[in-house]
Ligand binder design. Sequence first.
Ligand code: CAO
Length: 451
Amino acid sequence: MAVIEIKVPDIGDFKDVTVIEVLVKPGDAVKAEQSLITVESDKASMEIPSSHAGVLKELKVKLGDKLNIGDLLALLDVAGGAAVAAAPTAAPAAAPAAPAPVVAAQTAPPAAAASPSVAPVAAAAAAVATQPEHNPTVVTAGLPHASPSVRKFARELGVPLNEVKGTGLKGRITDKDIQSFTQSVMSGAVKTQAIAAQAPASGGSGAALGLLPWPVVDFTKFGPVERKDLSRIKKISGANLLRNAIMIPAVTNHDDADITDLEAFRVSTNKENEKSGIKVTMLAFLIKACVAALKKFPEFNASLDGEQLVYKQYYHIGFAADTPNGLMVPVIRDADKKGIFQISQEMGDLAKKAREGKLSPAEMTGAGFTISSLGGIGGRYFTPIINAPEVAILGVCKSSMEPVWDGKAFVPRLMLPLSLTWDHRVIDGAGAARFNVYLGQILGDFRRVLL
Ligand code: CAO
């Protein structure tokens, strides 16, 4: 028999956290990374995982205990080949397992508009998609009082936590509360919540916003239907998109850029470099052109932080990539320091990784501005949703040959439709119009990038 000590891992800045939930008992078989207890500070609640698999021999803590890093939690019998440490988080035997930081979007109920910003369109979604299923230490500040496991349970059932009355310690929501809530919904006793429970991806009942309940329709009355679960990426990005659509006073300016000469240059460049295997698309030029515009109009590369604006001095550009599982937003870092070929190559690599679901969180975070290009597909204009905490996003559609008046005659020019969505709390209409005009000038004559 090999007995090891499980101790409180490094839980960040938290001290004297209270044990509010004990999730296991002596004799239980425990998996590596399985949550043992839930602790709560005045700001957040977290689950503390086991660093190893084994059988719980003794629990050294009880409800109400105050814990700090390194405190002994439990004795675990890891005999019988069960001594498998939680790979990414566990240090050598008996050392505390380091909790993984997890974005709050994972733990938030569907309509949790206050969850920290993550890539709107997909960066968040994608970041989450690459996280392990079990997230040992989940910070849930600013959300209804409930442990991460209860939140997970609620999410699985589509129960909006903000509508559940907690009967636990200090009004905490427990598993039982979720069960009784579900029962009351099933029995018809709770009507609007029932709708929320059935339409979590639609943002709950909308009751918090004073909206009409989400329509509940039995589609089978009208014909045969098939139900499919939303992909994990769609679920998470949906919540982020909803928050960004609701919370940002967004406006979209449409414009056109004359890319006749740039397209000719792109085509000839690709011909000359056929053997290199790197294909340059318009998007690479757009990234470079946007960097120049962001330098001229720095508020487009800023983020709101309370009553302050954070101006970024780096130029990381996100680009929306369509994947079989949903939208992802990989990020080209330091695009200002890279040439068109390098950007094209990185874009190709990142888009491939995105489609294979292999992007790392680091490859999807940190963008200051995002471009969403539907140019390879079609369309004229659209209104992209800003990728908070960014403040603007550029939508691009398919270029087309159009008659343009040159002062004497109509001449055929290749025009690229641009749709710039911007946050009116940070940017004004005049600034947005100037940004588009400047972008158009650069795309019209790319030598301006050098100025
Ligand atoms: N006008 C005309 N043609 C365009 C164009 C434009 N604006 N942009 C690209 N094209 C052409 C390319 O030149 C290429 O032509 P060839 O096959 O003849 O060489 C073709 O369209 C396909 O390009 P692409 O889409 O493979 O490459 P890209 O660099 O333009 O885009 C990527 C890469 C990953 C952004 C893209 O594949 C993608 O996923 N786009 C969808 C993004 C999206 O879904 N946005 C919506 C977000 S809101 O839901």
